[in-house]
Design a protein around this ligand. Structure first.
Ligand code: ADP
Ligand code: MG
Length: 501
């Protein structure tokens, strides 16, 4: 059997595929034609001999990974397995993966309409624009796909018109080659990849990448679909970056609905937390309305019906499937699998031993710095906690000092560590009011000594009931001199306090 590498060589050369011997790759895929070359490798159209009739055409993407060690291959395979779990009409289906010599091969769904970038260029050259209803329909499809990914804690990280594909005029998000798992950590997701046009300010500033960064990129695609140009343009990399980071937010031309423009602008908020999520956008009245319109048209558009059914699943169900898949992701994380980008791997392979050593040293230093940073943060937190404890202990002691100066001398013997119940102003306030009301019902004893006992009981019970006060809250507004002046008369002092509330 002709080796895959030889077959691929044959296809990538100028010789037509038809002249190559019809050899099967992985015992089922037959090369049909070369579709193009990407930054990672070559893309072929293949025919799957084991597929159902009408579903034979698929895409084979071979990624040159050099000599991956078995561990790295396992990592890449795991990432591929994760992607194969994604199943949504707005996401290019990932069918299979395998390693053939030094090539990591991925089999995906074939999108005969090629990518959105090609489509935009084609329209632009013909001086055409997309109809508004088409743009909204495509935008909703992308939102549904992005929401589906984000629900499953998967970031795309490289959303751009070149990575959006067309099949039967429906958009599909593809090329997850650089997609990353969220994994609760930003470290994996901070490396800059791809063109700057769709990159969010935070990604450009190395401040981490999250779901909201994908939302930014999606807004750039929406702008491009409306204006046939990039949202942020410039003559060089730096000028584009400056516009993204510091420039004004672009607006859609007047001819587009005001609501659509408002949505796009909100997605381009410089602050990621202020950007809406995909599900929030889908729930906006304007978009929801558009979804309903398309839902009722669905009889004539079967794939839109499918899309709507998925949208219902996304909007209402938030289903068990995603939980199951999340468990899968968590398991993968627990195995401490760090999924590096295949690009990084192949670049490492190209390095000289000396360069590799340098990279390893830099990585080791980074790791050390991370550990130290963590340690410093822990110590800082520990110190802060200790300081808070000390402050509250001192504060309580002062409260006690104030109290016991004129109160029960026995409280002097309280051990230092014993928490002193302090009084909450509000609680005490209402208790005191209740108490006053209660007092109104009873005769106050005439004898000052008996009255003293009587009040002391009442206020003691107040302090027992009251909750612990928060740190820094005024517990008692008793002035030292007042306490001194009044001498050992707890009743009278308490009454003074009551008046100061
Ligand atoms: P890049 O690295 O530039 O993103 P790719 O490797 O993704 O390039 O793709 C190379 C070429 O193959 C592009 O012209 C793209 O449109 C085409 N292609 C990639 N995937 C598919 C697919 N699933 N269906 C149809 N064409 C595809
Ligand atoms: Mg691509």
């Amino acid at each position: 059997m002709l080796k895959f590498r030889e077959a691929a060589k044959c296809v990538s050369g100028s010789i037509a595929v038809s002249t190559c011997p019809k050899s099967l790759i992985a015992r089922r895929y037959m090369l049909q034609q070369k579709l193009g070359s990407g930054s990672f490798g070559t893309v072929f159209l293949v025919s799957d001999k084991k597929a159902k009739q009408g579903e034979e055409l698929k895409v084979l993407k071979e990624i040159c990974i050099g000599e991956l060690n078995p561990n790295e291959t396992v990592q890449a395979t795991l990432e591929a397995q994760l992607l194969s779990k994604l199943n949504h009409p707005a996401i290019v289906k990932f069918h299979a993966n395998f390693v053939e010599q030094d090539k990591f091969c991925i089999i995906t769904e074939y999108c005969e309409g090629r990518d959105l970038d090609c489509k935009i260029q084609e329209y632009k050259e013909a001086g055409k624009t997309f109809p508004e209803s088409q743009i909204i329909e495509w935008f909703i499809q992308l939102l549904l796909g992005v929401d589906y990914m984000h629900e499953r804690k998967i970031l795309h990280r490289d959303l751009k018109s070149k990575n959006i594909f067309l099949k039967n005029n429906k958009l599909k998000i593809g090329d997850f080659g650089v997609s990353r798992l969220l994994m609760g950590s930003c470290d994996l997701a901070t490396t800059l990849t791809g063109t700057p046009h769709y990159m969010s300010p935070e990604a450009l500033k190395h401040q981490g990448y999250d779901t909201k960064s994908d939302i930014w990129s999606l807004a750039c695609i929406l702008y491009e679909m409306c204006c046939m140009n990039h949202a942020f343009t410039g003559s060089n990399f730096l000028s584009i970056v400056l516009k993204i980071v510091e420039g004004d937010t672009p607006s859609l031309p007047e001819r587009y609905p005001r609501q659509l423009n408002a949505i796009m602008e909100s997605m381009l908020n410089k602050s990621p937390s202020l950007r809406p999520s995909a599900i929030e956008i889908l729930k906006l009245p304007y978009i929801d309305e558009q979804l309903q319109i398309r839902h009722s048209d669905a009889e004539n558009l079967p794939s839109m019906d499918l899309m709507c059914r998925y949208s219902e699943m996304a909007l209402e169900d938030k289903n068990l499937n995603s939980q199951e898949e999340a468990t899968y992701i968590i398991n993968a994380v627990q195995k401490k699998i760090h999924l590096q980008t295949l690009r990084a791997l192949s670049e490492v392979q190209k390095m000289t031993p000396r360069e590799r050593m340098r990279v390893r040293k830099v990585q080791a230093a980074d790791e050390e710095a991370r550990k130290l940073k963590k340690l410093v943060e822990e110590k800082y937190e520990e110190n802060n906690k200790r300081m808070r404890e000390l402050r509250s202990r001192n504060f309580q002691r002062q409260t006690v000092d104030v109290l016991h100066e004129c109160d029960d001398p026995a409280s002097d013997n309280l051990p230092e560590s014993q928490p002193i119940p302090s009084l909450d102003l509000c609680t005490l306030g209402s208790n005191v009011e209740d108490t006053i009301a209660d007092l109104g019902d009873h005769e106050i004893p005439e004898d000052p000594l008996v009255a003293e006992e009587y009040y002391a009981d009442v206020f003691d019970s107040c302090s027992e009931e009251s909750e612990e006060s928060e740190e820094g809250k005024t517990v008692f507004s008793v002035k030292d001199e007042e306490v001194e002046d009044e001498g050992p008369q707890p009743v009278y002092r308490t009454n003074q306090q009551e008046r100061t509330f």
